[in-house]
Ligand binder design. Sequence first.
Ligand code: GDP
Ligand code: MG
Length: 175
Amino acid sequence: DDNQQKIDYMYKIIVIGDSAVGKTQTLSRFVKNEFCFDSKSTIGVEFQTRTITINDKVIKAQIWDTAGQERYRAVTSAYYRGALGAMLVYDITKRQSFDNIARWVDEILTHADKSIVIMLIGNKADLSDRREVPTEDAVEYAQQKGLFFSETSALKGDNVESAFFKVLEEIYGVV
Ligand code: GDP
Ligand code: MG
């Protein structure tokens, strides 16, 4: 229970990307180590928190989820305000969700601080038989844009923890 703990830093992280790519499940995998099979699409949710330790410093990650406003430009600037990190999620089985990543990067850079740490995430890596986005395409895009990159499975839990830790450690190193 992190109410008893002294918090050294509070980092706001946003989760962003097209609808149904697995943003909410990725967040709940990191925060609660849970995957919910019958989750309804999120309405009105704000944030969840998880407290971690880096170099003996207690860091509270406040992770924001969109509330079904993922249509282009429907996410308000308040969502981005003060965010130090962004988990930018697409679905490896939906090419369109990867093709829309450039728009989301534009949105992030328009509304958030320029030093925001961005992790590009190809989620649903467990569905490799239905893959529409080759890993190399994402690696190349991430390199071009200076983003971190990881493929994850919120369902199996693969790489979710390490992707969030990478962002939090990077923020810790910068701030
Ligand atoms: P959001 O709209 O981006 O928040 O997407 P959700 O987290 O609600 O997930 C959308 C759908 O994809 C749900 O049916 C989830 O069960 C499913 N899903 C999410 N993550 C994964 C994953 O890693 N693997 C698989 N196979 N399905 C996933
Ligand atoms: Mg959601």
